[in-house]
Write a protein that binds this ligand. Structure first.
Ligand SMILES: [Zn+2]
Length: 423
């Protein structure tokens, strides 16, 4: 088996990893680097846009952050190149695409995978495992072929809301692993607090606060929205989201229920969840395919006067572009606080860094939480100790030397486009 990291070997973001076995070729992720133009995003890999002797059988997407799937949106793929993701992931991709007025059509030949269910692609056998990360659903993969085994982690951590997924990943028996392709975007952080500990501190801060709490939170970060809902309940506040977040929560819940899983996430039946009528909510109203869900959102919608009258009782998750409606509707920031992470890069969702800048320039009391959606190095160590790969290939990181220092010759630092066979 051959491994070629087309992008992400030398930089964070925009991962694209090719695996080759005989005439079978697959890609793991095809991301858009943060801030890249359409042209910069497109990779001219043989078989993606033009026929090649050995076709690309499929692109397997780990999660719905732009840095992992944005490349698929940049240019229509050659017919026959299938895109593999979970049903929930497809829904997130479609909703997100529809939120933009000038949204390009998302047309790809999508096939679903399910966690822990093996599927076969040419000479490859692929098993998806759920991971703990900040997208709606995130996966790692075990890829087997020619008696070789490669693990690709996608993005993961062991300290978040879905820490159980990391424990299950460690517990899964995979046999001897030849190469572990792992993310290392926060590899310089050896160890840090768990999300639950951080939320406890935030709760203490909120108990004595007389003002709104604004929280940096990606629209599809179901884990953080769930933590904020618990925070709202414990501090007798309201969690204020817009129609987009409400729709994502509702869709994820419905699709999970279809597969027999009852998720404990906030939704339209959560008493203290309120919805505001901003542009994003308005956009959902225009999408006739969500008319039924929108009708159920209506009783939870509150006007701007209610919002302004109740600021001291609100928790408001903010994401890319939220600053625009806040600037228009709220001028009283007395007692307000802004919760964000000074460890996080905030470049996985387009426009999020602008939101961060806007809030930091606002003079709100900062509540920096040492949180991250990515693995502390201690989690990477744990994974290496557990799976005992012969080689460790860091991707999506600026800290490759940390891997070389720690794992010596087993760390295989590649260049973009370089071929490597773990023989
Ligand atoms: Zn991610």
């Amino acid at each position: 088996m051959k491994i070629i990291v087309h992008r992400g070997a030398e930089e964070p973001g925009g991962n694209c990893i090719e695996l080759v076995s005989g005439k079978s070729r697959i890609l793991l992720d095809y991301g858009a680097p943060p801030g890249a133009t359409r042209e910069e995003t497109i990779l001219n890999i043989p078989g993606l846009y033009e026929k090649s002797a050995d076709p690309v059988l499929g692109i397997i997407v780990s999660h719905t952050h732009q840095a992992h799937y944005g490349g698929i949106l940049a240019k229509p793929l050659l017919p026959g190149v299938k895109v593999f993701m979970s049903e929930i992931m497809e829904d997130i991709v479609r909703i997100t695409a529809k939120m933009q007025r000038k949204a390009g059509k998302f047309s790809a030949d999508i096939r679903y995978f399910r966690k822990n269910h093996k599927f076969i692609l040419g000479r490859f056998v692929i098993t998806p495992f759920l991971t703990d990360h900040t997208a709606a659903e995130s996966f790692a993969f075990l890829v087997e072929s020619e008696g070789k085994r490669v693990i690709y982690t996608g993005d993961f951590r062991g300290h978040g809301n879905k820490a159980a997924a990391f424990r299950q990943f460690l517990a899964a028996r995979m046999g001897p692993v030849d190469a572990l392709i792992t993310e290392g975007s926060q590899a310089e952080i050896e160890k840090g607090p768990a999300e639950a500990e951080i939320m406890e501190q935030v709760e203490n801060n909120l108990q004595r606060r007389k003002g709104a709490l604004y929280v940096m939170c990606q629209g599809q970060d179901i884990g953080l929205l769930t933590s904020l809902a618990i925070l709202a309940k414990n501090t007798r506040r309201f969690l204020v989201v817009d129609g987009y977040a409400a729709l994502v929560l509702e869709r994820v819940k419905t699709l999970a229920a279809k597969q027999g899983a009852e998720l404990k996430i906030p939704g339209l039946d959560t008493k203290y969840l309120h919805i505001i009528r901003n542009a994003a909510t308005q956009r959902i109203y225009q999408l006739s395919e969500y008319a039924e869900t929108f009708a159920r959102m209506r009783p939870k919608m509150y006007g701007w006067d209610w919002l302004r009258d109740n600021l001291d009782r609100l928790i408001i998750p903010v994401r890319a572009n939220s600053q625009f409606w806040i600037e228009e509707q709220i001028d009283d920031f007395k007692g307000a606080a802004f919760l964000y992470s000074d460890w996080e890069r905030y470049d996985e969702e387009e426009g999020l860094t602008d939101t961060l800048k806007w809030f930091l320039a606002r003079g709100l009391e900062k509540v920096p939480a040492p949180a991250t959606g990515h693995a502390y190095f201690s989690a990477i160590r744990k994974l290496v100790e557990n799976k005992k790969p012969r080689y460790i290939i860091p991707v999506n990181t600026e800290h490759r030397d940390k891997f070389t220092r720690t794992f010596g010759k087993r760390a295989k630092v590649l260049k973009n486009g370089e071929e490597f066979s773990p023989d």
